[in-house]
Write a protein that binds this ligand. Structure first.
Ligand SMILES: Cc1cc2nc3c(=O)[nH]c(=O)nc-3n(C[C@H](O)[C@H](O)[C@H](O)COP(=O)(O)OP(=O)(O)OC[C@H]3O[C@@H](n4cnc5c(N)ncnc54)[C@H](O)[C@@H]3O)c2cc1C
Length: 103
């Protein structure tokens, strides 16, 4: 985790190829991928901390129903059961649309 100091509101204008909002895992991955591909990237974080939610995570990746996982009970249905229990049905079904949970 890194803290941004001294940025204030004195940022100068700069032309870039890509602006990424947010320094969470998603934003950092997008910024790193784009930079690796040769794009000039500006990563913008609204807080004073570079970290996102991953700073509080267990440090492992939860990627349900991937072909890289061990065979077993992993399925889209089980992932939705977990998310509905953790987030609530309304939030899960509002933010995650799959062919399996469309109402
Ligand atoms: C306690 C906990 C444990 C977890 N454990 C795991 C785990 O073990 N394995 C796993 O795979 N996942 C885990 N997760 C989930 C995982 O951490 C998140 O799904 C993931 O980090 C989300 O990343 P993100 O980039 O999508 O969003 P975020 O991490 O939320 O990042 C969004 C960033 O954007 C910034 N931002 C928001 N609005 C703006 C704006 N307008 N302009 C600029 N910046 C903005 C925010 O400040 C933040 O830094 C866990 C989550 C929690 C809370």
């Amino acid at each position: 985790m890194a803290r941004i100091d001294g940025m204030g509101m004195n940022a100068q204008s700069k032309d870039v190829d890509l602006v990424v909002l947010g320094s969470g895992a998603g934003g950092m991955t997008a910024a790193l991928t784009a930079a690796t591909l040769g794009l000039d990237v500006l990563l913008v974080e609204k807080t004073e901390w570079i970290r996102g939610t991953a700073s509080r995570s267990g440090g492992s990746l939860w990627v349900p129903n991937t072909r890289h996982g061990p065979p077993g009970n992993d399925s889209i249905d089980n992932a939705l059961i977990y998310l509905r229990a953790a987030l609530g049905v309304d939030r899960t079904d509002t933010f995650i649309a799959t062919p399996w949970n469309r109402r």
